[in-house]
Design a protein around this ligand. Structure first.
Ligand code: ATP
Ligand code: MG
Length: 431
């Protein structure tokens, strides 16, 4: 196939055999958010470029190199959203959702970043996110962490570790930046080009570097949690106490700074060792300054985003769920001859009326019985209903069991109604 007719590098089709596990995850998320009292919000995929530059930060990987930005008809600079928080805050301000009120919101959808594609890292990927506005205390931080912990339980995932840290107040972070710059300046020869550039513009980002040659230097750097302001310290201690109370295990990772500029105080990540370098499946924290920075009335914020592809990879590795979830057929209707087809078609609709959860597939495209039964077998159906011209003339139909020894029986059409409940129960039991 010519390259121009293939999907764009790093942008995947999600194929029919994969969609059942996606739908399962989406259902779990909808149930989960409802049980915590969060409401869904849906934002556009394209926003003004400035929105992301202002919120995520000019000197970040996302804004410096990963955004899909274009000029719309020679006028506005627009960008495919690389994440959801900025758009969510923009929408919340624009529609007065957070003016003197609290909000618990969630969103889900595709995000775009021009990264090097690899397992668990794509150029179009899906995020599910939570944003809570107008809550000051660590109680809401604990709530959204508990919500994420409950998701892993619901999905049957294990070996995911919660890492937490505090970035402190803006003032504390400014003071710490100076300490960090002094430290890195003493080790200039060990810094890579990106880090040297960031020394002036955004030294905290150096701690987020993925360059393995700088690992030792970063580990030995002065720690932000040694330089926290009293209020942030108290906030963090209360969060830890809440997590203890809830029985949620965590480790404090003093190098956790997150790749986006808007965070303050609590930051956290859920990490697994099972997906190679792409181990973070959920990441978030507080962003108390962001609403004001984007033109709203100062309002605290707190949220997270999770990468759904990574969660699905983990579900496939740990739970084997995907095989059990395929969209199986229960009943396959075969017919021979035009009149029988019309009858089968009507019967299929009737089955769907009476049993909305029964998966009914009507054979289309004709062919002899052998061919039709082969299709029935491939569809994973529990049974085939067969109507031929003889059956129609005698007002009968054949029920052929495809998964059991008991071969096939003939029933009067007038008796079918009685049989239907039995058929339904058999299908539920078998699938
Ligand atoms: P990473 O360190 O893996 O690049 P990040 O810090 O850039 O992640 P965030 O912007 O915090 O990630 O996004 C939250 C989550 O979204 C990540 O933890 C991850 O699960 C997922 N994610 C981020 N970028 C991608 C991507 N390119 N492909 C797939 N999932 C992604
Ligand atoms: Mg990234």
């Amino acid at each position: 196939m010519s390259n121009s007719f293939r999907s764009i590098k790093g942008m995947k089709d999600i194929l029919p055999q994969e969609t059942p596990i996606w739908q399962f995850l989406e259902r779990c998320l909808a149930e989960l958010t409802a049980s915590y009292g969060y409401s869904e919000i849906r934002m556009p995929i394209v926003e003004n470029t400035q929105l992301f530059c202002r919120s995520i930060g000019e000197v970040t990987d996302i804004v410096e190199k990963e955004m899909y930005t274009f000029v719309d008809k020679g006028e506005d600079s627009l960008t495919l959203r690389p994440e959801g928080t900025a758009s969510c805050v923009r929408a919340a301000i624009q529609h007065g959702l957070i003016y003197n009120q609290q909000q618990r919101l969630w969103y889900m959808g595709p995000m775009f970043r021009r990264e090097r594609p690899q397992k668990g890292r794509y150029r179009q990927f899906y995020q599910f996110g939570i944003e809570a506005f107008g809550f000051n205390g660590p109680d809401i931080d604990a709530e959204i962490i508990a919500l994420s912990a409950r998701l892993w339980k619901k999905l049957g995932l294990n070996q995911v570790e919660l890492q937490i840290n505090s970035l402190g107040s803006n003032q504390a972070r400014e003071n710490y930046k100076q300490i960090l710059v002094d430290y890195f300046k003493q080790h200039l020869e060990a810094l890579d080009a990106d880090s040297i550039r960031r020394l002036e513009s955004n030294p905290l980002r150096i701690l987020d570097s993925k360059n393995p040659t700088m690992k030792g230097l970063i580990e030995a750097a002065p720690k932000l949690n040694q330089h926290l302001d009293e209020e942030s310290k108290g906030h963090f201690e209360q969060l830890c106490a809440s997590l203890d109370q809830l029985g949620i295990d965590y480790v404090v990772n003093p190098n956790l700074v997150r790749g986006l500029d808007y965070y303050n105080r609590t930051v956290f990540e859920w990490v697994t060792t099972q997906l190679g370098a792409q181990g973070t499946i959920c990441a978030g924290g507080r962003y108390d300054g962001l609403v004001k920075q984007l033109g709203g009335q100062a309002t605290q914020g707190c949220g997270f985003a999770m990468g759904l592809e990574r969660i699905i990879l983990l579900m496939q590795e740990q739970t084997g769920l995907s095989d059990k979830l395929s969209a199986k057929t229960d009943v396959y209707l075969c017919s021979l001859g035009e009149a029988a087809f019309v009858y089968a078609q009507t019967l299929a609709e009737k089955l769907r009326d009476e049993f909305p959860h029964l998966k009914v597939r009507l054979h289309c495209g004709g062919g002899n019985l052998k061919k039709q039964l082969k299709k029935a077998d491939q569809s994973d159906a529990v049974l085939a209903l067969i109507i031929g011209e003889d059956e129609l003339a005698e007002e009968q139909l054949i029920i052929k069991y495809l998964r059991t020894q008991s071969d096939q029986i003939s029933v009067q059409l007038s008796e079918l109604n009685q049989q239907l409940s039995e058929i339904f129960n058999l299908c539920v039991k078998t699938h």
